[in-house]
Design a protein around this ligand. Sequence first.
Ligand code: DP6
Length: 332
Amino acid sequence: MTTSIGITRAHTNIALIKYWGKENKELFIPMNSSLSLTLEAFYTDTKVELSDTLTEDEFYLNGAKQDEAAIAKITRFLDLFRTETGDTRRARVESLNFVPTAAGLASSASAFAALAGAMNEATGLNMPAQKLSTYARRGSGSATRSLFGGFVEWNKGDSNENSMAIPVDDANFDIGMIIIVVSAAEKKISSRAGMELTVSTSPFYEGWVTSAATDLADIKEAIKDRDIHRIGSIAEFNGMKMHATMLASNPPFCYFEPESIVAQQTIRTIREERGIPAYFTMDAGPNVKVICKASDIPAILEELGKVFPSEKLIPTLPGEGIRTLTEDEWNA
Ligand code: DP6
């Protein structure tokens, strides 16, 4: 019997310039380049064990055996590596999601980045992170950016080989995020389905693609200058434009819930009346993410705490890229 093991930790990321729409659905080549911040507080640990005694792939998430549909998704992803290596051994995959309870942020980004990392190790391919990001991408687009820490660009590219992550800045300055948990329920329209509907029906989509390119160039300058006002305002503008494309889809759809609007208004008030730089972004769900200075987190939490229960507010600092875990770390 031959067994090979790989264990990897990957953190999730939140896009400041969003990925919304695929140019190539099979290869996950996006319509526009995007940029995110990797987060410390949310991550996935994944262990892959390749063994010639297994007859099919197995997948356990937080200790629970997953159903056939979930395994089929994993198998399709692992097949990318099997094609590359010619090693057809089946895998036992165990994943642990470290997401504060009820955050509703169980993320495909950290999941596929961690699985790609563990597979990279178990197969002995040992690809550098940038090349590995082209594999993670084909599990879920946003996973591309979770290979690296800090601010990360996903350069859209135009082929399987060059649609990849580029580390932009390690975010080693006064910046953080607060997640406002509006709902932890599973989203009704997946990002995959939502972006597809938007691309094919929204008359605003073209405007989204062109303006996202401008936003990306601008935010990279703002990051270079460590200018939190500009980083935040560009991200807020970009996020709202993405949601505007959905309102104009046919049929129209919207991820906002009443509490999301309350959160947005509270952030604006904190910014305008308290003079604290705080900006928001939202993804394919009702939760609101606040972009702010790390040093302002206590003051912002105090203000938000007047409107939201404290367990719905999760602060985090920037996180690191993927890393290998030892068996001891995994068993701890
Ligand atoms: C709104 O990466 O979840 O969070 O590639 O189809 O798996 P698939 O989609 P996914 O989409 C993320 C969309 C977003 C914006 C972003 O993270 O850039």
